[in-house]
Design a protein around this ligand. Structure first.
Ligand code: UD1
Ligand code: CA
Length: 458
């Protein structure tokens, strides 16, 4: 069997996106659009993949790292056939093989949908086999126009007559050529059309008129062939990808109370019997373990949650690690490099940054802990804050096992609080406190008896 090489067309700027960023790098579920296509093509076991880049080529190369992929620069975007022609050295490498050509703006396409096209091409011995779909509204797509003598051509929307626009069978933008036929056809394509572009779709008519074997594989998976040409189409495509992702997770034993309002990236993984409440956003390579509960409006970015974790309403977690049976929130904010050890509890309006919070320790209310190392079974009283920044540098605070920090304490770093030490409420602690000591820093309370009565009489 001939081997398969693939070309992904991704040089267009995507004018209809009205963006400073090239279309194929716009993310869907955290992956650049192009990566979705690349994944689907990679699943075919294409030996080599060539991506035709143009606009912002360096950024595209940076985002797409894969050993299988080579990049070719199309300097001017003169049309899809011109894009293919710019990859001629890639095609010529071995003229006995098949070349799959696919538009880079088809993020919904799956390997399973490409497979039958490949099979049909291999079995038929066609020079060209391409994918079509019967659509209720094919506006914007090229249409398949069958001639009376068994010829076939694709008419682009811009060139189509009223009659041709009524054709429902559309060109999807996925083609397999025999490399030899492709190389012979490319020079015959002209730009004599309304857009002044070289259309790869013209290859259909050229080969067909030469009585070469051209075949069509009509796919039934219509929802996958939506070409993303503007941001609204991207939003629709992202919604479909999200539904796919959530469906996959539910099949692995995860509950989503409201899939419609859940936002989840492609790289997120979730363990069995975890429950996701409405309006949750899960981003990046977030890993959530088994039997967790993620309550409404929680936002988690690039974090790891182990098993039995509860994240209460309206909590934000970024680049953090949360161990078994921890409870966080409501309204907590864990910033980068925070580690909550087993069984610890972080409550309302608590913010942490670069803090390791020990086993079974508690910070229940209104605290800020930054650059801290907190031992086991430490109690952080309501309103306690670390003063970790002196205007120039950040300093560390260390709180040893079993320490008790009263409410409303300021811990001015750098600072060490010893094992089982007690800090009286309202203290501003600037010096290290040794193990088992009590530290109180408070001005003596004054009381003037009957002072209020005298004030009223005045
Ligand atoms: C194309 C097809 C159309 C089909 C539709 C399916 C042509 C002429 N038309 O139209 O029949 O129904 O896809 O979605 O091919 N590109 C380049 N270099 C260029 C021009 C485009 O690399 O010079 C890339 C784009 O980045 C894009 C892909 O080719 O990923 C398709 O180009 P686009 O302009 O979106 O073609 P459509 O108008 O959608
Ligand atoms: Ca398109």
């Amino acid at each position: 069997m001939d081997s398969l090489w693939a070309i992904i067309l991704a040089a267009g700027k995507g004018t209809r996106f009205k963006s400073n960023q090239v279309k194929v790098l716009h993310p869907l579920l955290g992956w650049p659009m192009l990566k979705w296509v690349l994944e689907a093509v990679s699943g075919l076991e294409a030996e080599k993949i060539c991506v035709v880049v143009g606009y912002q080529k360096e950024q595209v190369k940076k985002e797409i790292k894969s050993q299988k992929v080579e990049f070719i620069h199309q300097k001017k975007q003169l049309g899809t056939a011109h894009a293919v022609l710019s990859a001629k050295d890639f095609i010529k490498h071995d003229l006995s093989q098949d070349i799959l050509i696919i538009n880079g703006d088809l993020p919904l396409i799956r390997t399973e949908t490409l497979q039958p096209l490949v099979e049909k091409h291999k079995q038929s011995g066609n020079e060209l086999t391409f994918m079509s779909a019967e659509m209720t509204d094919p506006t914007g797509f090229g249409r398949l126009n069958y001639g009376s003598k068994g010829t076939l051509r694709i008419v682009e929307e811009k060139e189509a007559t009223k009659q041709q626009k009524k054709i429902k069978e559309a060109n999807v933008g996925i083609y397999i050529f025999k490399a030899q036929a492709l190389m012979e056809t490319l020079p015959k394509i002209s730009n004599d059309n309304n857009k002044g572009e070289y259309y790869i779709t013209d290859a259909v008519e050229i080969l067909s008129k030469e009585s070469k074997k051209v075949g069509v594989h009509q796919t039934q998976n219509i929802e996958e062939i939506i070409g993303v040409n503007d941001r609204f189409e991207m939003a629709l495509a992202a919604k479909k990808l999200r539904t796919r992702k959530i469906k996959d997770l539910t099949s692995q034993g995860v509950t989503f109370y409201d899939p419609e309002s859940t936002w989840i990236d492609a790289d997120v993984s979730i363990g069995k019997d975890t429950v996701i409440y409405p309006s949750v956003v899960l981003e990046g390579k977030t890993v959530i373990g088994k039997e967790c509960k993620i309550f409404p409006s929680v936002h988690i970015i690039q974090s790891r949650l182990k098993n039995g974790v509860k994240i209460l309403t309206s909590t934000m977690i970024e680049e953090s690690l949360i161990e078994d049976h921890v409870q966080v929130g409501p309204f907590a904010h864990l910033r980068r490099e925070t580690v909550l050890k087993k069984g610890s509890k972080v409550g309302n309006f608590v913010e942490m940054k670069k803090t390791v919070f020990g086993e079974k320790s508690k910070a229940g209310h209104l605290s800020y802990l930054g650059d801290c190392e907190v031992g086991k079974e430490v109690n952080i009283g309501a309103g306690t804050i670390t003063c970790n920044y002196d205007g120039r540098k950040k300093h560390r605070t260390e709180i040893k096992d079993g320490a008790f920090i009263g409410s409303g304490v300021q811990l001015v770093a750098p600072l060490k609080i010893g094992k089982k030490a007690y800090i009286g409420a309202g203290s501003t602690i600037t010096k290290d406190v040794s193990a088992y000591s009590l530290a109180v820093e408070r001005s003596p309370q004054k009381q003037r008896k009957e002072w209020v009565k005298k004030k009223i009489q005045k």
